[in-house]
Design a protein around this ligand. Structure first.
Ligand code: AMP
Length: 113
């Protein structure tokens, strides 16, 4: 039995996604259950579970994910957006493959629930 997460399967092309960007290190695609007019996920190709499992060696990769998220948000025409990384079940993490949410296209309230 495969222990791949749904995002691992998306990376490997086993389940489809609305892909926006891919390079050697990351993949960006639209969230299947958007919480705002724009809701995109940026994920590393490397199967990191969450921000809990990152190592010093992942520093450059994490920077690349944020750079990519910024470029994609601006390419989507967003001037304001929120980037979210849920870490752990009680913080709302449901898929245990690190991902950055890019959420925008409507006014966003703070604090989040
Ligand atoms: P989180 O709750 O932070 O772990 O976020 C997981 C996100 O993945 C949720 O916003 C889901 O809607 C999204 N998601 C789950 N399955 C898929 C899928 N097959 N394609 C695109 N997004 C997905």
């Amino acid at each position: 039995m495969s222990n791949k997460t749904v995002f691992g399967k998306i990376i490997d092309g086993e389940i489809p996604c609305e892909e926006l960007y891919r390079d050697e290190f990351c993949l960006a695609f639209r969230d299947i259950q958007p919480q705002a007019p724009v809701h995109i996920l940026v994920i590393p190709i490397k199967p990191l579970e969450s921000l809990k499992s990152i190592q010093e060696e992942d520093q450059e990769l994490l920077g690349h994910l944020l750079m990519t998220a910024s470029k994609i948000a601006q390419k989507e025409g967003l001037e304001n957006w929120r980037t979210v990384i849920n870490t752990g079940e009680k913080a709302g993490q449901t898929v245990f493959h690190l991902h950055i949410h890019i959420i925008g296209g409507r006014e966003l309230k703070w604090p989040p629930g």
